[in-house]
Design a protein around this ligand. Structure first.
Ligand SMILES: [Zn+2]
Ligand SMILES: [Zn+2]
Length: 137
Protein backbone atom coordinates (compact mmCIF):
# COMPACT_ATOMS: atom_id res chain seq x y z
CA UNK A 1 0.00 0.00 0.00
CA UNK A 2 1.38 3.37 -0.98
CA UNK A 3 1.96 6.00 1.66
CA UNK A 4 -0.75 8.68 1.48
CA UNK A 5 1.58 11.57 2.24
CA UNK A 6 4.29 11.00 -0.30
CA UNK A 7 5.85 14.28 -1.37
CA UNK A 8 5.72 14.84 -5.12
CA UNK A 9 4.86 17.49 -7.64
CA UNK A 10 1.43 16.97 -9.11
CA UNK A 11 -0.22 18.65 -12.05
CA UNK A 12 -3.85 19.43 -12.59
CA UNK A 13 -6.29 21.57 -14.45
CA UNK A 14 -9.87 22.27 -15.38
CA UNK A 15 -11.95 20.43 -17.94
CA UNK A 16 -11.15 22.84 -20.80
CA UNK A 17 -7.48 23.06 -19.72
CA UNK A 18 -7.55 26.85 -19.77
CA UNK A 19 -6.44 26.69 -16.14
CA UNK A 20 -3.49 24.46 -15.37
CA UNK A 21 -1.46 24.25 -12.20
CA UNK A 22 1.10 22.31 -10.26
CA UNK A 23 1.34 21.69 -6.55
CA UNK A 24 4.32 20.39 -4.64
CA UNK A 25 5.10 19.67 -1.06
CA UNK A 26 3.44 17.31 1.32
CA UNK A 27 -0.27 16.71 0.68
CA UNK A 28 -2.37 17.08 3.81
CA UNK A 29 -5.67 15.53 4.87
CA UNK A 30 -7.41 14.19 1.76
CA UNK A 31 -11.12 14.20 2.62
CA UNK A 32 -14.55 14.53 1.16
CA UNK A 33 -16.90 17.32 2.15
CA UNK A 34 -20.67 17.29 1.96
CA UNK A 35 -21.19 20.85 3.25
CA UNK A 36 -23.93 22.87 1.50
CA UNK A 37 -21.33 24.97 -0.34
CA UNK A 38 -19.56 21.93 -1.76
CA UNK A 39 -22.87 20.42 -2.83
CA UNK A 40 -24.02 23.57 -4.61
CA UNK A 41 -20.68 24.47 -6.16
CA UNK A 42 -19.71 20.94 -7.06
CA UNK A 43 -23.06 20.04 -8.56
CA UNK A 44 -23.03 16.75 -6.68
CA UNK A 45 -23.50 15.26 -3.21
CA UNK A 46 -19.91 15.96 -2.14
CA UNK A 47 -16.55 17.29 -3.21
CA UNK A 48 -13.18 15.84 -2.38
CA UNK A 49 -10.21 17.89 -1.20
CA UNK A 50 -6.55 17.74 -0.30
CA UNK A 51 -4.34 20.57 0.92
CA UNK A 52 -0.91 21.53 -0.34
CA UNK A 53 1.50 24.21 0.86
CA UNK A 54 0.59 27.51 -0.76
CA UNK A 55 4.27 28.21 -1.49
CA UNK A 56 4.36 25.14 -3.73
CA UNK A 57 1.29 26.17 -5.70
CA UNK A 58 1.95 27.42 -9.23
CA UNK A 59 -0.88 28.49 -11.51
CA UNK A 60 0.47 30.41 -14.49
CA UNK A 61 -2.02 32.53 -16.41
CA UNK A 62 -2.28 31.00 -19.81
CA UNK A 63 -5.27 31.75 -21.98
CA UNK A 64 -7.39 32.86 -19.12
CA UNK A 65 -7.51 33.87 -15.55
CA UNK A 66 -8.62 31.86 -12.58
CA UNK A 67 -11.83 33.24 -11.08
CA UNK A 68 -12.57 33.38 -7.36
CA UNK A 69 -15.85 33.42 -5.49
CA UNK A 70 -16.06 34.12 -1.77
CA UNK A 71 -18.27 31.56 -0.06
CA UNK A 72 -17.54 33.30 3.24
CA UNK A 73 -16.88 36.97 2.52
CA UNK A 74 -13.42 37.97 3.69
CA UNK A 75 -12.67 34.44 4.89
CA UNK A 76 -12.88 31.66 2.33
CA UNK A 77 -12.98 31.72 -1.43
CA UNK A 78 -13.28 29.07 -4.13
CA UNK A 79 -11.27 29.12 -7.32
CA UNK A 80 -12.78 27.97 -10.58
CA UNK A 81 -12.40 28.21 -14.33
CA UNK A 82 -14.58 31.03 -15.71
CA UNK A 83 -14.76 29.28 -19.07
CA UNK A 84 -15.81 25.70 -18.27
CA UNK A 85 -16.84 26.19 -14.65
CA UNK A 86 -14.66 23.48 -13.12
CA UNK A 87 -14.23 23.93 -9.37
CA UNK A 88 -10.55 23.71 -8.53
CA UNK A 89 -9.48 25.35 -5.27
CA UNK A 90 -10.52 26.49 -1.82
CA UNK A 91 -8.43 29.14 -0.11
CA UNK A 92 -8.79 30.79 3.27
CA UNK A 93 -7.56 34.37 3.55
CA UNK A 94 -4.15 34.37 5.20
CA UNK A 95 -3.76 30.60 4.89
CA UNK A 96 -0.42 28.94 4.18
CA UNK A 97 -2.01 26.01 2.38
CA UNK A 98 -4.49 25.71 -0.45
CA UNK A 99 -7.28 23.19 -0.82
CA UNK A 100 -7.20 21.45 -4.17
CA UNK A 101 -10.10 19.42 -5.52
CA UNK A 102 -8.99 15.82 -5.98
CA UNK A 103 -10.96 15.85 -9.22
CA UNK A 104 -8.77 18.69 -10.52
CA UNK A 105 -5.58 16.68 -10.16
CA UNK A 106 -4.37 14.76 -13.18
CA UNK A 107 -3.28 11.96 -10.89
CA UNK A 108 -4.77 11.71 -7.41
CA UNK A 109 -3.31 8.28 -6.70
CA UNK A 110 -2.35 7.75 -3.09
CA UNK A 111 -4.75 10.46 -1.94
CA UNK A 112 -7.77 8.43 -0.91
CA UNK A 113 -9.99 10.45 1.44
CA UNK A 114 -9.46 9.59 5.10
CA UNK A 115 -12.58 11.30 6.39
CA UNK A 116 -15.75 13.14 5.41
CA UNK A 117 -16.59 16.64 6.63
CA UNK A 118 -20.12 17.89 7.29
CA UNK A 119 -21.66 14.43 7.64
CA UNK A 120 -24.86 16.00 8.94
CA UNK A 121 -25.45 17.66 5.56
CA UNK A 122 -24.73 14.53 3.54
CA UNK A 123 -27.33 12.93 1.31
CA UNK A 124 -28.89 9.77 2.68
CA UNK A 125 -28.49 7.79 -0.51
CA UNK A 126 -24.71 7.47 -0.55
CA UNK A 127 -22.48 5.72 1.96
CA UNK A 128 -20.18 8.05 3.89
CA UNK A 129 -16.41 7.90 3.87
CA UNK A 130 -15.26 6.15 7.05
CA UNK A 131 -12.97 8.10 9.37
CA UNK A 132 -9.62 6.37 8.91
CA UNK A 133 -7.39 9.10 10.28
CA UNK A 134 -4.44 7.69 12.10
CA UNK A 135 -3.75 8.95 15.57
CA UNK A 136 -0.40 10.72 15.56
CA UNK A 137 2.25 8.71 17.33
ZN1 LIG B 1 -11.81 25.41 -17.91
ZN1 LIG C 1 -17.38 21.68 1.81
Amino acid sequence: MSTPCEETTRSGGCLCRQIQFTVSGEPDYPHTCSCPHCQKLGGGPMMSWVSFPLEGFVCPEKRGELAWYYTFEGETKRGFCPRCGSQLFALDDGATSIGVSLSALDDASGLAPVNQSFRGDAVCWLPQVPDSRQVAA
